[in-house]
Design a protein around this ligand. Structure first.
Ligand code: CA
Length: 413
């Protein structure tokens, strides 16, 4: 099973990658100098010695890494900083289109028998396996065009995350030497592989040869793809008899400090606090731990989420991603869209606007701990304090509505 550290790393890779790919504009960071051929080859020779010392066969390592070159574009992508982060509503509309739902339903039907065999073995419901498949790379349409070994070697050479990517390169070599995939396989720029976009260490630990051809092939074999996804989720605590969570309705004057994935209550307790299903009816009477998630703060939809949501976050540590997987699986199963709707002024905040929020909070005596354009716990605390004094719902959430409220707020003194 993948360690927590590698899962967190994985989120940084594929979660950020997914968001960046959707962004219209991105700031280019300072260019990183490209090493000379001699510098890179000297590093590669050291790396090969290390791989052989770790027990890999020297001829196999030499053969796999023959012709591997440094790829400057990989480092450009690694250093790119998004100017805007998408709002939840923008993320959702880009990840869950009617077309994708329709295709998910068709594929669910088409692969019904295979998915049901995998459900029997690993206990993950077919609609979720199809949802993961759809979200990772649009049902396998885009599995990456970068050379796997070249991308990983570039990132392992680069000092920023050398240790992590050296481990990924070792794992990729092991998978290639075992005969699962060819040495010239393609991946994302950060080495995420095949239909599941597993990084090499996750691939090594969780990929399954379900069609029995002797290869764990997450590019071309759907039985391998679905079984590997299911095995990863089963190892992450997936509960096959349960769903992921649900959209709910909150009572007036709800205490928003109860929200967050680290706060758990029984469904019965949420019920006592006035939480209802999205149509205002009673919550299901099951004995489950649930957390309340507010992806857009007090003005947006509210969700009670269960264990399968947490398992999804071990796949990709992004709340937006996990909500999208859950919602897409519901839509594929024939359920309707979210009841909450995007507000009229739903627009992403730029870094400059986040800095403006932080400066305006500070000028009003609510210290966000610096104006760095990044929303951290200090900024959220300062927002809550501002909201408390202005009689606003205290969700600590920065969005266009908060910026508008701060701009309209007379500075004291
Ligand atoms: Ca296979």
């Amino acid at each position: 099973m993948a360690s927590r550290a590698s899962c967190a790393q994985r989120w940084r890779l594929s979660g950020l990658l997914a968001v960046m790919l959707l962004l219209p504009t991105a700031l280019q960071a300072k260019p990183v100098p490209v090493p000379s051929e001699a510098e890179f080859q000297s590093w590669l020779a050291d790396f090969k010695r290390m791989a052989v010392a770790r027990g890999l066969s020297k001829p196999a390592v030499d053969q796999a890494l023959r012709g591997v070159a440094y790829i400057p574009r990989v480092i450009e992508l690694d250093r790119r900083q998004p100017e805007f982060s998408l709002t939840f509503w923008q993320y959702l509309s880009r990840t869950i289109s009617d077309k994708r739902i329709e295709r998910g339903r068709e594929l669910l039907k088409k692969h019904e028998k295979l998915l049901s065999r995998i459900q029997d073995e690993y206990g993950v419901q077919p609609r979720f396996l199809v949802a993961f498949w759809g979200l990772e790379r649009n049902f396998g349409d885009f599995t990456g065009t970068f050379p796997l070994l070249g991308s990983l070697a570039t990132l392992a050479y680069d000092p920023r995350r050398r240790k992590f990517f050296s481990e990924q390169l070792i794992a990729a070599l092991e998978i290639i030497i075992a005969g699962d995939i060819p040495a010239d396989s393609k991946s994302s720029w950060a080495g995420a592989m095949g239909n599941t976009q597993f990084i090499p260490t996750t691939y090594r630990a969780h990929a399954i040869d379900f069609d029995g051809d002797g290869k764990r092939d997450l590019w071309r074999s759907l039985p391998d793809v679905f079984a590997s996804s299911a095995k990863f989720l089963a190892a992450s605590g997936w509960q096959g008899e349960r769903t992921w969570g649900r959209e709910v309705r909150l009572p007036k004057n709800f205490d928003f400090s109860l929200a967050g994935l680290n706060k758990r209550k029984k469904i019965k307790e949420w019920e006592r606090l006035g939480v209802r299903n999205v149509w205002g009816k009673a919550l299901p009477s099951v004995d489950l731990d649930a957390s309340l998630i507010l992806p857009v703060g007090a003005r947006g939809p509210a969700f009670l989420v269960y264990q399968n949501f947490r398992s999804t976050m071990l796949w990709n540590r992004s709340i937006f991603y996990a909500l999208a997987v859950g919602h897409l699986s519901d839509r594929i199963a024939g359920r309707g869209p979210l009841v909450a709707k995007a507000p009229a002024n739903d627009r992403p905040l730029s870094r400059a606007q986040i800095i403006e929020i932080q400066q305006k909070l500070a000028r009003r005596g609510f210290d966000p701990g610096g104006a760095d354009g990044i929303i951290g716990s200090g900024t959220r605390r300062a927002i809550r304090a501002f909201q408390a004094t202005r009689n606003l719902p205290q969700d600590g959430f920065a969005d266009a509505g908060l910026l508008d409220a701060l701009r309209a707020d007379g500075v004291p003194q």
